[in-house]
Design a protein around this ligand. Structure first.
Ligand code: NDP
Length: 294
């Protein structure tokens, strides 16, 4: 079997075209959706991510601001900065690029973001809503992975989904989104015994580990749907996922590539969450009923 590709670039383009229409509708009533991205310090990878997010906003007519603060910024200074963004009516979404320098408690900073502007979905309030299945802002990476399943027409209900990785930003929220979609979910991590045996039971496999090509063809059930969240740079500079794409594509029914898979979808869902925040602030999204995941 040669798997069909779930193309994150193509899906992103389609979704972003829809978002542009929604942005235009908001602008016609005097609201330009705005995202503020705050970066502290000089991490080169973070700078690239931040630039890509800002460009993606501008490409669909949204306002974006990048605030680059010095590596020596204190926690109190950063929280005061966020408080000003919280009350700025031109800003609907606030994203603080992680990781933060050591002197800053990331949790304290995330909790300082107003709930209505927490478009990354990392604050406790949002996590609670995610647990009960009513999140306005599902975390962008797993939300993007769910959209990819939807796009491919994969019926999640009743399937056995195996998530490898239990981080707060990918593995755990991914497991919750799959659970809400009706999957039976197994979450694997570094202490899991017989990882290969468990992954082989998965109708859907989501790899979010950070280990290049660790999911090999012998670990995958024929016909499984494989979502590769991993982004790993090899010594030769090549980007690869957590899945051994070349061999697994011969076994799976659907597979996401790296690059061009979940990566672009993460930014797309950030745009989606920011747009939702602006629509909510403008009174276009009045009820929680239309904020359900899925
Ligand atoms: P973390 O390092 O926070 O989590 C990795 C998880 O993998 C942990 O739960 C860890 O288990 C588990 N793990 C580590 N080794 C093994 C192993 N040998 N077998 C089974 N499980 C293992 O990473 P993130 O969740 O932040 O990111 C995961 C990957 O996704 C990375 O490659 C990252 O670059 C990528 N990523 C991609 C994004 C995108 O936009 N596409 C966005 C965010 C991340 P334990 O908890 O026991 O330590």
């Amino acid at each position: 079997m040669t798997a069909k590709l779930i193309d994150g670039n193509q899906l992103s383009q389609e979704l972003r075209a829809e978002f542009r229409v929604r942005v235009d509708r908001l602008r016609s009533i005097g609201v330009t959706p705005g995202l503020a991205v705050v970066i502290v310090g000089d991490d080169p990878a973070s700078k690239v991510y931040v630039r890509n997010k800002a460009r993606a906003c501008e490409a669909i007519g949204m306002h974006s601001e990048v605030h680059a603060l010095a590596a020596s910024t204190t926690e109190a200074e950063l929280i005061a900065f966020i408080s000003r963004l919280n009350t700025n009516p031109a800003i609907h979404g606030i994203l603080v690029q992680l990781p933060l320098p050591r002197q800053i408690d990331s949790r304290a900073v995330i909790e300082a973001i107003a709930a209505a502007k927490d478009v990354d979905g990392f604050a406790y309030g949002n996590i609670g809503e995610l647990v009960v299945g009513e999140s306005l802002f599902p975390p962008c990476t797993p939300f993007g992975a769910m959209k990819m399943l939807e796009f491919a027409g994969v019926a999640v209900e009743g399937k056995h989904a195996v998530v490898i990785g239990r981080s707060n930003i990918v593995g755990k929220p991914m497991a919750l989104l799959l659970l809400h979609a009706g999957a039976t979910v197994t979450v694997c991590h570094s202490r899991t015994r017989d990882l290969a045996g468990i992954v082989r039971q998965g109708d859907i496999v989501v790899a979010a580990v950070g280990k290049p090509r660790m999911v090999t063809a012998d670990m995958v059930k024929p016909g499984a749907v494989v979502i590769d969240v991993g982004i790993n740079r090899l010594p030769d500079g090549k980007l690869v996922g957590d899945v051994d794409f070349d061999t697994v594509k011969e076994i799976a029914s659907w597979i996401t590539p790296v690059p061009g898979g979940v990566g672009p979808m993460t930014i797309t869902m950030l745009l989606s969450n920011t747009l939702k925040a602006a629509e909510t602030a403008a009174g276009i999204r009045a009820t929680r009923a239309d904020t359900r995941i899925g």
